[in-house]
Design a protein around this ligand. Structure first.
Ligand code: NAD
Length: 540
């Protein structure tokens, strides 16, 4: 019996469709070209929708998402999906970024060769029955310097191939590890200016973000070598088209290869007037193998996610708990418990949430930075936020929507790392500020692999970060703990464990683990005891 309904709304390669059809838990519907109105009517009936670039998934469409849990994009670009709207509704958005890496790489190599040798122009010339060889004096790639802007999947794969051409490869990418560049035999520069000034050929392979929009414009083009070759097979607008036009027209740019444009489809455009600018209509991913690749990847990922198995490329969950090293999975759980505790002991409206990762274990970043979402945090921050919000607000909170829900509530989210804190080595610190109070919690994972809360404000504890506790705060004076025990005993509530911490003559906090639940009237009775300031049940 089919358990999950999946809709395909764009053309998908048959290899992907077959995978979905073969799975007897999946009921598949293919409605290519479905109108936005029809889609709005029925989108909530499906567990997953698979699109390419032809379907626009807007916030309006997701207003009542019904049973929709997954939006799968067979390809890499997410321009047609309102990621924020999907994330707020807790819908996983996944893409297939690796499926067309080779296709885009090979187009880039083709563009590079075409531009260096003016192959497209020579082809047109000969087809016009001109035999003019002088006009098509080219440039050699061998021995030249290739500047790669964005050394990700495609940038790295272009670099590897260009090396085989005998080119020297340099790159600018502030977000990758130096070791990746070294492994590829690429010299990584910290400043874009250096790469621009040193390169004979420049190719961009970044996503389009606020940072990369018009990344190459008039000043950058002026700073390049005369006769530079420029390629953009990434996204339109990373290279400013007006500036490129002027530079190609003046001869500063020897030739350019452009697959992507600010406005697509491209209408009449001045770049098309120039003989040394070679264009293609965004065909970077268009190979039979590339389309097959993305279709197969997205079909498998959607099935895995629906059936509760591990999956990849969820862009609005930049990490998966199961992909963290085992010890970091425990810190992830600890952060979530700390978030829950912070929510239950604090009062007032939350204003800021800060997670501080202490020690060597947190030196490396976990999860990938996703450029399509406006903010991304380390898994521990997201886990802490999720724990905090699910106890603080009464709606479905997930790892996907936690950061969005916090931002929606005008909470400031801070995240930082430090090498040590007091005498602790590996520690998570959670600082919560509300409009009426502030708390600092610390927790760690002990050698026995048990997560423990080590302190709450000035109170030192050693409490297992799991389960339910009776929490109470009192004035530190004789007899109070005894009276709490008496009240609990009277109601046949058995104490299983006791964590008490006090500031002598000041206040004390206790977390008591119990064999039974504490009904509301018992809490009220406890609060009537002289010297007792707070009493509640908290669950971690
Ligand atoms: P990727 O995420 O693997 O790599 C992108 C790289 O850009 C990352 O290493 C990142 O660190 C780097 N980067 C981000 N911001 C930067 C900045 N400000 N300066 C320098 N580097 C920066 O992505 P990918 O799969 O290699 O894709 C690269 C680009 O190619 C994307 O824009 C993608 O949409 C595009 N693409 C186009 C086609 C096509 O049809 N023409 C096909 C596939 C991919």
């Amino acid at each position: 019996m089919a358990l999950y309904k999946v809709l395909i709304s764009d053309n998908l390669a048959p290899e992907g469709i077959e995978i979905l059809q073969r799975d007897d838990q999946i009921e598949l519907e293919i409605r290519v070209g479905i109108s936005p109105g029809e889609l709005k009517e029925c989108i909530g009936d499906y567990d997953a929708i698979i699109t390419r670039s032809g379907t626009t998934i807007t916030a309006d469409l997701l207003e009542n998402p019904g049973r929709l849990k997954i939006i799968g994009r067979a390809g890499v670009g997410l321009d047609n999906i309102d990621l924020e709207a999907a994330s707020i509704k807790g819908i996983i958005v996944m893409n297939a970024p690796t499926g067309n890496t080779i296709a885009a790489t090979e187009l880039t190599m083709g563009m590079m060769l075409a531009a260096a040798r003016k192959i497209p122009a020579a082809n047109i010339s000969l087809k016009h029955e001109e035999w003019t060889r002088k006009k098509f004096m080219g440039r050699q790639l061998y021995g030249k310097t290739l500047g790669v802007i964005g050394l990700g999947r495609i940038g790295g794969s272009v670099a590897a191939r260009a090396k085989a051409f005998g080119m020297k490869i340099i790159a600018f990418d502030p977000y990758i590890k130096k070791a990746k560049a070294t492994g590829l035999g690429v010299t990584l520069y910290d400043r874009l200016e250096d790469v621009l000034a040193l390169s004979d050929v420049i190719t961009v392979h970044t996503p389009k973000t606020d940072e990369t929009r018009d990344m190459i414009s008039v000043p950058e083009l002026n700073s390049m070598k005369d006769g530079v070759i420029i390629i953009n097979c990434a996204r339109g607008g990373i290279i400013n088209e007006d500036a490129l036009y002027e530079a190609a027209k003046s001869g500063k740019v020897f030739a350019a290869g452009v697959d992507v444009f600010g406005q697509e489809p491209l209408g009449p455009h001045k770049l098309l007037e120039l003989d040394n600018v070679f264009v293609t209509p965004h065909i970077g991913a268009n190979t039979v193998e590339g389309q097959e690749g993305v279709a197969v990847i997205i079909a498998r990922q959607v099935i895995n996610a629906l059936q509760g198995r591990a999956y990849e490329n969820a862009v609005n969950i930049p990490f998966m708990r199961s992909q963290l090293p085992p010890i970091m999975q425990l810190y992830f759980d600890l952060a979530e418990s700390m978030g829950r505790l912070a929510a239950q002991i604090s009062k007032g409206r939350p204003e800021s949430f800060e997670l501080i990762m202490v020690g060597q274990k947190f030196k490396e970043d976990f999860g990938e930075r996703v450029f399509d979402i406006p903010f991304s945090f380390q898994p521990f921050t997201v886990a802490g936020l999720k724990g905090f919000l699910e106890k603080n607000i009464k709606e479905t909170v997930s790892f996907i929507n936690a950061s969005y829900l916090a931002k929606e509530r005008d909470m400031e989210i801070h995240e930082s790392k430090t090498s040590s804190y007091e005498n602790y080595n590996d520690l998570l610190l959670l600082r919560l500020k509300t409009d009426v109070d502030e708390h600092l919690l610390g927790g760690t994972v002990f050698a026995d692999n048990v997560c423990r809360i080590l302190f709450l404000d000035q109170f030192h504890l050693e409490m297992v970060a799991k389960g339910s506790y009776l929490y109470f705060k009192n004035i530190d004076k004789p007899g109070i703990v005894g009276r709490v025990g008496t009240v609990l005993g009277k109601h046949r509530i058995n104490i299983a464990g006791f964590n008490l911490s006090r500031i002598m003559g000041g206040k004390a906090v206790s977390f008591v683990s119990l064999d039974n639940d504490v009904p509301e009237p018992v809490l009220e009775e406890l609060l009537e005891q002289d010297g007792l300031l707070e009493a509640k049940v908290v669950s971690l």
